[in-house]
Design a protein around this ligand. Structure first.
Ligand SMILES: Nc1ncnc2c1ncn2[C@@H]1O[C@H](COP(=O)(O)OP(=O)(O)O)[C@@H](O)[C@H]1O
Ligand SMILES: [Mg+2]
Length: 290
């Protein structure tokens, strides 16, 4: 049996016994478009609805979520692997009923694992699937391989874009890079666009139209639309105060928009998602990357 087959069997075996978390990967072509703020505030909204939410801060390098929450994690994902820490050690209790995991030094390190180490990691992540209903992966920006890899193995991707010309072209580049990967399949990954820092529904639709038209025409990728989030000063105020905008300014236009998007995501039938969980995602990731 080759290694890929063994991994698949391992995942299959666990699938029978364990409930799987819904994994939502948040990404963008360009940095600074609002991924971390959107991830965090969606998490707050899901938690308010009684869901157990974990944010995996996969923007290795920039430790965003911890700064936005004013919490300093002692351990990160790499410590699970290399220091023998448990999920409970690296899972940080944030405020407002959300938990998060700091990605630490990066997925690159994880791609050099031995087979035994991979088994170990997948088993541990299976535990995480049991502890969460929704796992939000806040990725780094851009077409770095590690980001593309994450998208490739995700079932549900939120692509954040803003009206800045560079954000539009970078969104397109990201989709293009994705479409060129042999193992990308439009049937396995649903891509949902959020237009952030947009001030009218009309502007948002226009921006979405630009992206979806070229994605369909040149890349054969269908993208869905989740709507706009307005440019709102409460976002940067909340970052400074190290608390989510949805908590500090629940009536702001930003918080209202996030609430609407959270509802839309929430109402989607769970059956749409195969709910393979984060262990499955990592198993796939390590299999495809290696
Ligand atoms: N809707 C918005 N309105 C105003 N400012 C925003 C909005 N979304 C994000 N920002 C600001 O943009 C900057 C980048 O946001 P961040 O969430 O860190 O982006 P990313 O994670 O994509 O790099 C932050 O300074 C944040 O305050
Ligand atoms: Mg970020």
């Amino acid at each position: 049996m080759d290694q890929a087959q063994e991994l698949r069997n391992l995942v299959k075996k666990n699938e029978i016994i364990k409930p799987r978390a819904r994994v939502i990967t948040v990404t963008s072509g360009k940095g600074g478009v609002g991924k971390s703020n959107i991830s965090l505030n969606l998490a707050v909204n899901f938690a308010k609805r009684g869901k157990r939410v974990v944010i995996l801060d996969a923007d290795f390098g920039l430790a965003n979520i911890e700064i936005m929450l004013g919490v300093r994690p002692q351990y990160n994902l790499a410590d699970l692997m290399f220091l023998g820490k448990n999920i409970s050690d690296i899972l940080i209790d944030g405020p407002f009923n959300i938990k998060f995991i700091s990605g630490g030094s990066g997925i690159q390190e994880l791609t050099n694992l031995t087979k035994e180490q991979i088994y170990y990691l997948i088993q541990k992540l299976n535990e995480l699937d049991n502890m969460a209903d929704i796992i939000i992966i806040d990725t780094g920006a851009g077409i770095a391989d590690s980001v593309i890899d994450f998208i490739l193995v995700s079932e549900e991707v939120l692509l954040i874009t803003t009206p800045e010309p560079t954000s539009i072209t970078d969104s397109y580049s990201l989709l293009k890079t994705l479409s060129r990967r042999d193992n990308f399949s439009v049937n396995d990954t649903s891509i949902k666009v959020i237009t952030n820092k947009v001030n009218s529904t009309k502007d948002g639709l226009e921006l979405f139209g630009k992206i979806s038209t070229v994605a369909e025409k040149f890349l054969n990728i269908n993208v869905e639309y989740l709507g706009i989030i307005p440019d709102d000063p409460s976002v940067s105020m909340s970052v400074i105060k190290q608390k989510p905008a949805s908590v500090l300014y629940p009536n702001s236009t930003f918080s209202k928009a996030i609430e609407r998007i959270a509802s839309e995501l929430f109402e989607e039938s769970v059956e749409v998602h195969k709910n393979k969980g984060v262990a499955y995602l990592f198993a796939n990731l390590l299999r495809k990357v290696r």
